[in-house]
Design a protein around this ligand. Structure first.
Ligand code: PMP
Length: 402
């Protein structure tokens, strides 16, 4: 990138895809491209089998009890919307929805809108200054009025790992649904939805070595059976008359229309790839890189990192600010050296308000990153203030604003 070997540190936004994953597209389109669950012909049969098997592989990966519990969606955002709309039938002005201050907008905005439509109230579990959910006040926030509790498993800014099994148990004590936003956990650590006892768990394929356009929603079978579909049309129906329709079995009831077939099959290849590496190995590798970066940043008094500190449990993403250098400027200096990070509010504006900062720079790792990548990042961090001053005094800068 920009004449340098690529150092890709924007994995919390999107990961790169291994060959096993992107080759699925050629195999599918050159080999057995056909619609699923429709034709009697051989190609459709082959495509249907591969697409169904991908659901089985994802079910294994998440510890779900079979393909019926895994709905393919476009991404985490669509998965959360699917549950939220489905559950909205049960919500009214007597109900409370419990979310968190560290929510991604995918969750935060969705529950806000559901509350506006149903009359329910949203309450937020606060975040402590050291970047954890404040569990001490959580038991006061979750009450018998709580109908839904939705929390991120891992914060996409702080890297903190939330005690989602405890939150699910607390929700269940009050007969509330427990929903987990797993966008940042499914790619980075072993996940067992049954051990968490989550009612629903949302994730995206493009963050776990899969393609874009595909993600999923785990749901307990009996809850999915009870949930109203979000989209209507072909594929999701069983019988249709001019006046009424009945729904297909799980998970197809929630997959209206022609699904993203190749993407779904490729998602199956992605989770197989990760399972083969071992998710505990992925977690430890990420942790090693994050801890290395955190230790190095802690030695620099001009840098402030957010979230759990050195030695604490967290995932492989680190958000930080360099004194006197806006995150976008840092990102731009890094870009010039072939290093990709993300800067901004990371779709968590209320969390940045809580931290009292307009934005942050975020470096996030995946299986292919090394400590040498961290060293390259640090080199630019160390020279960023001088480089920015030099740039502001340069003809290049003056030309760009004149
Ligand atoms: N939740 C969290 C915690 C995330 O990090 C993200 C992606 N940044 C999302 C939800 C939304 O994911 P997607 O854009 O794939 O729907």
């Amino acid at each position: 990138m920009n004449g340098h070997p690529l150092t890709y540190l924007d994995n919390a936004a999107t990961t790169h895809t291994p060959r096993q994953v992107y080759e699925v597209f050629e195999e599918f389109y050159a080999g057995y491209n056909a619609n699923v669950h429709r034709g009697i012909h051989e190609l459709s049969h082959e495509a249907s089998l591969a697409y169904e098997r991908a659901h089985d592989r994802v079910a294994d990966f998440l510890g779900a009890d079979g393909r019926e519990e895994v709905v393919f969606t476009k991404n985490t955002t669509e998965s959360i919307n699917l549950v939220a709309y489905g559950l909205s039938r049960h919500l009214d002005e007597d109900d409370e929805i419990v979310a968190t201050e560290m929510d991604h907008h995918a969750s935060l905005v969705t529950w806000q809108q559901i509350a506006k439509r149903t009359g329910a109230t949203v309450r937020h579990i606060p975040v402590t200054t050291d970047g954890h959910l404040d569990m001490e006040v959580t038991s006061d926030i979750v009450t018998d009025d709580t109908a839904v509790l939705c929390a991120p498993h891992v914060s996409n800014v702080l890297g903190s790992v939330n005690p989602v099994a405890d939150l699910a148990a607390l929700a269940h004590d009050h007969d509330a649904y427990a929903i987990v936003d797993g966008a940042q956990s499914a790619p980075t650590r072993p996940v067992d939805v049954e051990a968490i006892d989550a009612d629903f768990f949302a994730f995206s394929g493009h963050k776990l070595a899969g393609p874009t356009g595909i993600g999923g929603l785990y749901g307990k079978r009996e809850l999915l059976e009870d949930l109203d579909p979000f989209l209507f049309g072909g594929e999701m129906i069983r019988n249709v008359t001019l006046t009424d329709s009945t729904w297909n079995g799980l998970p197809w009831k929630f997959e209206a229309g022609t699904p993203p077939i190749a993407e779904g099959i490729a998602l199956g290849a992605a989770v197989d790839y990760l399972a083969e590496l071992g998710m505990d190995v992925v977690r430890d590798h990420e942790n090693d890189l994050a801890q290395y970066l955190l230790r190095e940043l802690a030695d620099r008094e001009f840098v402030r990192a957010y979230g759990p500190g050195v030695g604490e449990e967290r995932t492989g993403l680190v958000s930080f600010n360099v004194e006197g250098v806006h995150g976008h400027d840092l990102s731009s200096l890094l870009n010039d050296r072939g290093i990709a990070i993300r800067a901004g509010d990371h779709c968590t504006q209320p969390l940045h308000d809580r931290l009292d900062i307009p934005g942050s720079a975020r470096a996030s790792f995946y299986v292919y990153n090394t400590r040498a990548d961290v060293d390259r990042l640090l080199e630019v961090v160390d020279s960023a203030r001088d480089d920015l001053d030099a740039y502001l005094a340069s003809d290049r800068y003056h030309d760009s604003i004149s």
